[in-house]
Design a protein around this ligand. Structure first.
Ligand SMILES: [Zn+2]
Length: 207
């Protein structure tokens, strides 16, 4: 008797998880699928036994590109880093404008403008007012430790940009008060910006 078996291998795919992620190719938030693919030996297309190690990958549901599952973790880390940077900058700017008591409307708008530029998402004056009323708002020590935590991972240009934002906010309604200027100097030093460097940035902003 002649026995002819049709043998081959194929992947058996299982979706482990679905959700939204930031697709590096689409450069946008997309649906993804975390897939486990396990090669199986098959006989007459009936998968019978596992062949080797299975592998997992993430597939963007829009562009269908496959990524290493790390893409999901990296995304969470990046989002967390972005959130701590945004809240550190918010705390810093609040301390600057609250240094001489209450924040004026011009200062509230300035903080909103600077936070929009730093975070890359629109922040309105209405979003800033509750921040200024929060318990602990304006406490320089708190802003200082929040900035210190994010400063390490920032590039020199990014640290300068935050210093510029603080300087612009401090000058939102005229010349900064001595109290506001002192807060800017103190927070700038956490960003490793010396008083001399800071004076250079002031001159550049004025020019
Ligand atoms: Zn995509």
């Amino acid at each position: 008797m002649l026995l002819f078996l049709f043998f081959g291998s194929r992947n058996v795919r299982r979706t482990l998880e679905e959700g939204e992620f930031h697709c590096p190719r689409c450069r946008a938030v997309r649906r993804y699928e975390l897939v486990h693919a396990q090669p199986h030996g098959h006989v007459y297309f009936i998968p019978l036994f596992k062949l080797g190690q299975g592998q997992e990958y993430v597939r963007c549901q829009s562009c269908r590109t496959r990524f290493h599952p790390n893409v999901l973790r990296g995304d969470t880390d990046a989002a967390a880093a972005h959130a701590s940077l945004a809240s550190a900058c918010a705390a810093a700017l609040c301390s600057v404008v609250l240094a001489d008591g209450n924040a004026s409307e011009a200062e509230v708008s300035a903080v909103a403008r600077e936070l929009s530029a730093i975070g890359g998402a629109r922040v309105d004056a209405e979003d800033v007012r509750p921040l200024l009323r929060q318990p602990g708002a304006g406490e320089v020590g708190q802003a200082e430790s929040m900035l210190a935590r994010v400063a390490r991972s920032l590039r020199a240009e990014e640290r300068e940009e935050i210093a510029r934002a603080m300087l612009r906010a401090s000058a939102a309604d005229g010349d900064p008060s001595p109290a506001a200027a002192a807060v800017v100097r103190r927070l700038a030093s956490v960003l490793e910006i010396t008083p001399t460097h800071l004076r250079g940035i002031v001159a550049e902003l004025a020019g």
